[in-house]
Every structure is written in structure tokens, then in C-alpha cells.
Write a protein that binds this ligand. Structure first.
Ligand code: F3S
Length: 399
């Protein structure tokens, strides 16, 4: 990969340890993927924030980098392993909290915004159409590429950090227009009537698109919450982190419709639910907000929960960014939700919190949430916000 004189000096250590290490990572990646050069990025989203995933080795690596590493572009963080303020309320141990706080401390010293959300685009890290960025959380990467029209590969935690310290990333993969051409036409003949249907659609397309870029037709309308749910699901279940929906996402009209066509029928949506849902009726954890709840979704939870009580033996978590929670505080939603016995899980989520062994069953609106919760040995149910609130109030899955 070609390096400018300045980049070469960075690689040789002229700008300190963190920049040298970062250049080593970026050059290695560039060589593997045949990048011709580095390109500037407008922002970075760093995943790999939970101490649960990092462990002591990861913490040590971050502390080394934090000695002289400072980010050069707006850099935000993915969810951590706990709510940074109310971790005790979510049953997190003091030992875990201490380690998680050390991780956050290291990121702070690097100059990273302690945002801890997978919806950075809702809290001020909003790239422009066509802008190159280096993001590393799969749903956010898919949203950035497809809904915003920015350009990013799916970075790993270390390569995203490296891009933040250098302000650049190797120009390969989805940074190049020739790699952003849709590869399979997906004709949707199914009707989507609730939020979780978008998770089911993501499952169905992810399975049929098989790591290709889908060009989707037949979808008449989509709102932001539906698109973010779809982004999380389609990439979790198999597709590349980029899609086009004709008439809805930017750039779709300029792309050619691929010849290879698959269809999604109502039976495929039903099949997705059948595969995502387990046999279970008692629900121990209800968690909504995967990806993190928008203020609209929090408003909906408040409306549905008002005057009700979460069942004994069931926990109800509303996972969201701290910024959205602050809006919810001001609008009175927090009071309604907490009065019902539900809890906010800010800064964290069901996939990165240390939940293994704590809950046997989960109800959620999210197909991605089900995928990761199964890895935590939970039986899963996916349904609408109404069905999830009902499960929280009764402790049972009814449909
Ligand atoms: Fe976000 Fe966690 Fe879901 S990172 S997309 S809430 S698994």
C-alpha cells in the first residue's frame, strides 16, 4: 500500500507509540485487502467496549494505547457491559463494574466521546452521504452504508481505534464504489405490520442473500425504527452490511437491478419467526432496544406501560443511549416506565452485558437480540412492542 511521507514517518514512530501501532494495523489490513492507499475518515465508531468481551488482556492493550494515543476525528463508543451510572440496579457485580470503569477511563484518556450506544447516528455522530468513515458495530455499519449512504467497512475494534488515532483507514471493500453494486434482487411480496416483522424480514433476506448486497423492491414505506431494526437483523443473519431499498434508501435509483432474483413471501416471514422463537412461555427478561431505543420507541413503551406493573420474577429493560434517556427524563417517560417497575439499561445491551446464567428466557422486539441471547443460553421470543410489554406485565408469552 502506498504511504505518503508523513504516513511513513508515523509508521516509523515519529508521532508516538499509539500512532505507530495503529499504522502497523492499518498497513497490515491494507496489504491483506490490496488497498492502494489510506483515505481520510470523517468519524469512527469503536466496538469492543464491554469488559465482558475484552478481559484483562484487552484492558491492558487499551491502557498501553491510552498512554499517548489521542483520537483525531469524532469517535464514539459502542455499548459497554453495564449501565455506567445505574449498574447496581441491573445486578452487575462491583468487581465487573470496577474493571468496566477502567476500560471507560482508558477510552476517555484517548479523547473518545463516552457515548456507549450502537445508534451513534441518533446522538450526534451523523456522517454525510458519501462520506468515508470507520465504524465497527454491525447494525450501525449497515445503517451508515445503507440508510445514510456513508461508506465504511465493518471494522474490528482495534482497526477502528487505529483509524481514530490516524484519522484514516485503508481504501478497500465498501469504500470503493465498484464494491457497492447490488448483487441480488430481493422482491418482497410480504406485508410488514409491526416492528419485529422487520427483524423477521432481515432474517429471511440475510438467509437468502447469502453474503451478497441485496437490492430490495416491494417495500412501500419504512420509518427510522423499522430501518434500524432491519439493519441489525439482515447483517446478523447473513447479508453484507449494505443494502438498497428502491424508493426508500439513498442511491437505490442509481444502482442497476441485479438479474438474480429471490422473493420473500409471507411464508418466509412466518418461517423467520418459527426459527427465531423457541418453545417457552415463562419470560424472565424482557428487553427492548436492540439497536438502542430511539425516543419514539421509549415513548411507545411509556404509553403501553402507563399504570401497569412489571410481573414479579420478570425484569423489563429498556436499552438506550444516555442521550435518549435524558430526553425521556424531560418528557416524563422515565417516570412512567420506572413507576411500572421497568428499568433503563443505558450504555449497555443484552448482548454485551454479562448475562449468561442469569435469565433463562427473553422476550424482545429484536431478531438480533434473539441471536445473541441464545448464545447466553436463553430461550427467545420475538414480537411487537405490545407483545413484549404484555410479557413484562404478565411474565408470560401469550401468542
Ligand atoms: Fe446494539 Fe447490542 Fe443490539 S450493540 S444492535 S443493542 S446487540
Amino acid at each position: 500500500m502506498y504511504l505518503t511521507e508523513k504516513e511513513q514517518r508515523m509508521l516509523e514512530g515519529a508521532e508516538g507509540y499509539a500512532v505507530r501501532k495503529s499504522m502497523e494495523i492499518l498497513v497490515a489490513l491494507g496489504d491483506i485487502y490490496d488497498a492502494k492507499s489510506l483515505i481520510k475518515v470523517g468519524s469512527v465508531q469503536v466496538a469492543g467496549v464491554s469488559y465482558h468481551n475484552l478481559g484483562d488482556a484487552g484492558l491492558e492493550f487499551l491502557n498501553e494505547l491510552a498512554k499517548d494515543g489521542k483520537v483525531r476525528v469524532l469517535t464514539t463508543l459502542n455499548p459497554a457491559g453495564m449501565d455506567l451510572e445505574n449498574w447496581q440496579q441491573l445486578g452487575i457485580s462491583p468487581e465487573f463494574a470496577e474493571k468496566q470503569n477502567l476500560v471507560i477511563d482508558a477510552f476517555k484518556r484517548m479523547g473518545i466521546l463516552i457515548s456507549c450506544t450502537c445508534t451513534p447516528y441518533l446522538i450526534g455522530n451523523l456522517p454525510l452521504y458519501g462520506e468515508h468513515i470507520a465504524w465497527s458495530e454491525s447494525s450501525a455499519v449497515t445503517f451508515a452504508n445503507s440508510v445514510i449512504g456513508a461508506k465504511t467497512n465493518r471494522e474490528g475494534g482495534p482497526s477502528a481505534l487505529a483509524a481514530a488515532f490516524v484519522g484514516k483507514t485503508p481504501c478497500y471493500g465498501l469504500h470503493l464504489d465498484e464494491n457497492r453494486v447490488p448483487e441480488v434482487h430481493v422482491q418482497v411480496n410480504a406485508e410488514l405490520t409491526k416492528l419485529s416483522d422487520w427483524g423477521a424480514l432481515g432474517y429471511a433476506i440475510g438467509k437468502k442473500a447469502e453474503n451478497k448486497i441485496p437490492y430490495i423492491t416491494g417495500v412501500k414505506a419504512a420509518d427510522l425504527d423499522e430501518l434500524k431494526s432491519f439493519c441489525a437483523s439482515v447483517v446478523t443473519y447473513g447479508a453484507k452490511p449494505l443494502f438498497y431499498i428502491k424508493g426508500i434508501t439513498p442511491g437505490a435509483e442509481q444502482q442497476p437491478q441485479p438479474k438474480e432474483t429471490v422473493t420473500i413471501e409471507q411464508a418466509d416471514i412466518k418461517n423467520a419467526y418459527d426459527n427465531i422463537n423457541d418453545e417457552v412461555s415463562d419470560i424472565e427478561l424482557v428487553c427492548v432496544g436492540c439497536p438502542h431505543c430511539s425516543i419514539n420507541e421509549i415513548a411507545k413503551v411509556a404509553e403501553l406501560l402507563e399504570g401497569k406493573k412489571v410481573a414479579d420474577g420478570t425484569e423489563f429493560w429498556v436499552a438506550t443511549s444516555r442521550t435518549a434517556k435524558q430526553l425521556a427524563d424531560k418528557r416524563g417517560y422515565t417516570q412512567i416506565i420506572e413507576a411500572a417497575g421497568a428499568k433503563f439499561a443505558c450504555d449497555t445491551c443484552m448482548a454485551v452485558a454479562p448475562l449468561k446464567g442469569r435469565f433463562k428466557s427473553l422476550a424482545t422486539t429484536s431478531a438480533k437480540g434473539c441471536f445473541y441471547s441464545r448464545q447466553n443460553n436463553m430461550k427467545t421470543k420475538m414480537g411487537s412492542m405490545e407483545e413484549c410489554v404484555e410479557a413484562a406485565v404478565t411474565g408470560k408469552w401469550s401468542s
